[in-house]
Design a protein around this ligand. Structure first.
Ligand code: SAH
Ligand code: SF4
Length: 410
């Protein structure tokens, strides 16, 4: 169920223009549950409820899994390896629906953004999240959300100011990947194991959209395990990065039960400043956070932890900070990603000057870390963000997602 899409834009400024979307009042919540995002066990149980005998369930799960996640089937009619009766029975009780895309925008550099509309917590008002695809020469990164809004109030983050908060379901998490493959015609591209055919566009996933994934642990775990399943969407865990503001008790669990790459929103090198920027630091201070990183299951030089550091003018961007940052992460297999702050209306912060970001980055680079700020493209996006200063909150949020995901890929 998709709305008419905005025509692809022809230049950077135009791509920041108004998103055409349908009024919220026209939203109709789905009346049947979607099978997208269920774990294999949950899918087997769902089949049990419509009378599929237990001895057949494993095979049917395998078949449906293939249709949903390898072929991208959007309805049961397409699932021709299932009997007509079973297809009809499935269609009567379930769907293969993805989150509803209410707007799509393509920017000049190929970045695609989708605005998704989801059922509200109570049926009254639907909610919206965004999902951004950023193509690069050697990969394509999809930035997905884990919650609508966020219960944490990082002072530089616009999501933290939003009132509406609910956890996304595993189906809504997996649904973001599935609909990106739909919109990019990615299902038809499938390289065979011997390398023939075309590589899929969505090769990486970063959970860096809205929300704190480790406060929606079970859904994020189940959803990401579906995304990584080798018989399905097959995005390897080394190509999935989960970003957390530092929910220490769940970091080890994430390593054990999810096993994706980990990114930590560090942003400050002293507890005093981090308490202000990331208030969760008052609960889980730097020492505990860094210990959890040191002990992250599976961490090694080949599986480094990414430390994200948002560049805030005059706040955390001095060269003293840069040197302290290097000292702080010493001994932890680490990458450092500097993220130019993306301003939003009403924020008290400004993005550091480009010159300062470069100097800061040089200190990091000289300490042996890959140069963390993206050059031509990073500047490009930064410029776009500057142009957006006077734009609406929605647009700013959209650009912010793109920028974040950009800054994440190395
Ligand atoms: N809640 C998680 C994941 C979502 S935020 C987390 O905090 O890690 C993803 C990244 O974007 C985080 O590093 C976050 O600090 C950063 N971010 C938030 N607002 C930003 C802004 N206005 N400009 C630049 N980066 C921002
Ligand atoms: Fe939530 Fe992350 Fe934003 Fe902090 S930075 S308010 S944890 S989404």
């Amino acid at each position: 169920m998709t709305a008419p899409f905005a025509a692809p834009q022809t230049d950077g400024a135009a791509s920041a223009a108004f998103i055409e979307k349908r009024p919220l009042e026209q939203y109709v919540a789905p009346d049947k549950p979607s099978l997208i995002g269920l774990t294999r066990d949950a899918l087997a149980a769902a089949l049990g409820t419509i009378g599929v005998p237990e001895r057949q369930q494993r095979m049917r799960v395998q078949q449906i899994w293939h249709w949903l996640y390898v072929r991208g089937a959007q309805d049961f009619d397409a699932m021709t390896t299932l009997s007509k009766e079973l297809r009809a029975e499935l269609a009567q009780h379930f769907t293969a629906a993805r989150p509803e895309v209410v707007a799509e925008q393509t920017s000049v550099d190929g970045t695609r953004k989708w605005l998704l509309r989801l059922p509200g917590e109570t049926d009254s008002r639907p909610c919206e999240v965004e999902c951004v695809y950023i193509p690069e020469t050697d990969r394509g990164t999809l930035c997905i959300s884990s919650q609508v809004g966020c219960t944490l109030n990082c002072t530089f983050c616009h999501t933290g100011t939003q009132r509406l908060v609910r956890n996304l379901t595993p189906g809504e998490i997996v649904g973001q990947v599935v609909l990106a493959r739909d919109r990019l015609n990615d299902w038809q591209r499938a390289a065979s194991p011997n390398g023939e055919g075309e590589k899929r566009l969505v090769s990486n996933v970063v959970m860096m959209g809205m929300g704190e994934p480790l406060y929606n642990f079970d859904a994020v775990r189940d959803g990401l395990n579906v995304v990584a399943d080798g018989d399905g969407l097959s995005i390897s865990k080394r190509r999935i990065t989960l970003s957390t503001s530092g929910v220490v008790p769940n970091i080890a669990r994430a390593g054990e039960e999810i096993g994706s790459m980990l990114a930590i929103s560090l942003h400050a090198v002293t507890d005093e400043l981090r308490d202000q920027l990331v208030p969760l630091n008052r609960k889980y201070p730097l020492r505990e956070l860094l210990d959890a990183c040191r002990n992250y299951p599976g961490v090694s030089n080949a599986r480094r932890i990414t430390f994200e550091y948002v560049m805030l003018k005059g706040i955390n961007d001095s060269l003293v900070d840069a040197r302290a940052l290097v000292r702080l992460v010493k001994g932890i297999p680490a990458k450092i990603n500097l993220i130019p702050f993306n301003p939003w209306p009403g924020t008290q912060y400004e993005c550091s000057d480009w010159e300062q970001i470069e100097k800061f980055s040089e200190v990091i680079f000289n300490a042996g870390y890959a140069s963390p700020v993206r050059t031509p493209r990073g500047r490009d996006i930064l410029a776009a963000c500057g142009q957006l200063k006077s734009a609406t909150e929605k647009l700013s949020a959209r650009e912010r997602l793109a920028l974040r995901a950009m800054a994440m890929t190395d």
